[in-house]
Design a protein around this ligand. Structure first.
Ligand SMILES: [Mn+2]
Length: 349
């Protein structure tokens, strides 16, 4: 650990020691690591910072279905705020944003300037730059927010840190879920050390957590089956699209989950297929704008294809492994054709 990070952790400790009423929050679409890390943070400070009189958690809907599959995370449901007027952010000494880049990520429409007297701390692991000024920003690009939090408190509290069985489970659950079972690039030496440290003390079911992280909820089934039925292979890539009849069904969460499962899991285990794309109807608020009717998500394994380049042809964007764009077309199949033509054009250079 470098001196700069040590200074940050000293500041974290001093902010916690000088706070009486604090708020913890995270991004909406609360996923397994977000829920696990916020509950972990709350439970550690409850046990170790007796000066803090009030620890509130406030999170906006929706809660990802995947969180509901994991029993240890059920507490998070208590903290969902229905009405944005109930946030009362100004009343807190400090606000801790966990597993998100900034407060706007959690509550889009708030006025940050009104929070001059409130300290804002972000503890994140995403590669994303905060959009407003922070009092403290901690991010080592760990594979999961639970890993970041555990290692930070181990440093801050040292031998005083006592990890309970539930906390040890939360740490592992966040890591396993966000690293898809310890296989993503961010997984490091510390990740394996932590897993080894808690393996016998607090038993979790890694395979169950990974399967739950990718479980397709019932309401997404018909979309997923439609994507599978429409799957087409080409030379080195594959693609699928939503059928026009089904595109009329406005179930945004169902479509998103089916798309996510399809691109994350289904695109990858096919021999000879290194990249691909999925065409679906775009989200409801843009649905009436016909120029944004079809939304195309591209994914590739290990940079086998510059998918960003394709998306950019449609004024979309992304990065080397994942990109997206809108395509205007009278039907989903026509949108597919438009994309295929651009791919052909780019390949012919
Ligand atoms: Mn996370």
């Amino acid at each position: 650990m470098n001196d700069y990070h040590k200074l940050k952790l000293e500041k974290l400790n001093s902010i916690l020691k000088s706070s009486e009423e604090i708020l913890l929050t995270t991004h909406p679409n609360i996923d397994i690591d977000a829920a696990a890390s916020i509950l972990l943070f709350k439970s550690i400070i409850e046990n170790h910072y007796k000066n803090i009189k009030k620890i509130d958690i406030k999170v906006l809907k929706p809660l990802s279905k995947h969180v509901k599959y994991i029993e240890e995370l059920s507490e998070i449901e208590k903290y969902i705020v229905e009405d944005k007027n109930d946030l009362k952010l100004k009343t807190y000494d400090s606000i801790f944003v966990i597993d998100a880049a900034d407060l706007l990520n959690c509550f889009a429409s708030i006025n940050i300037d009104e929070l001059n007297d409130t300290r804002i701390v972000v503890i994140d692991h995403h590669d994303q730059t905060p959009l407003h000024k922070l009092d403290l920003y901690i991010n080592d690009l760990a594979p999961a927010a639970t890993q970041q939090i555990y290692l930070d408190f181990r440093e801050v509290l040292n031998k005083d840190l006592v990890i309970t069985e539930l906390q040890a489970k939360l740490i592992q659950i966040g890591i396993i879920s966000d690293s898809a079972g310890l296989i993503t690039e961010r997984v490091n030496k510390n990740t394996y050390k932590i897993m080894a440290e808690f393996r016998d003390f607090a038993n979790v079911d890694p395979q169950g957590i990974v399967i739950n992280s990718y479980m397709i909820p019932r309401e997404a089934n018909e979309f997923f089956i439609n994507f599978v039925g429409n799957l087409k292979y080409r030379d080195g890539f594959c693609y699928t699209y939503i059928s026009d009849e089904l595109a009329e069904v406005k179930n945004e969460e169902g479509i998103n989950l089916a798309r996510r499962y399809f691109t994350d899991v289904y695109l990858k285990p096919l021999e000879g297929v290194n990249w691909g794309f999925v065409v679906r109807n775009s989200s409801s608020e843009r649905f009436n704008d016909t120029s944004k009717k079809w939304y195309v998500s591209f994914r590739t394994l290990h940079g086998n294809k510059d998918v960003k380049e394709i998306a950019e042809e449609f004024n979309g964007g992304g990065h080397t492994l994942a990109a997206a764009c809108y395509v205007e077309a009278p039907s989903s199949l026509k949108a597919v054709d438009t994309v295929l033509n651009v791919i052909k054009k780019l390949d012919a250079r």
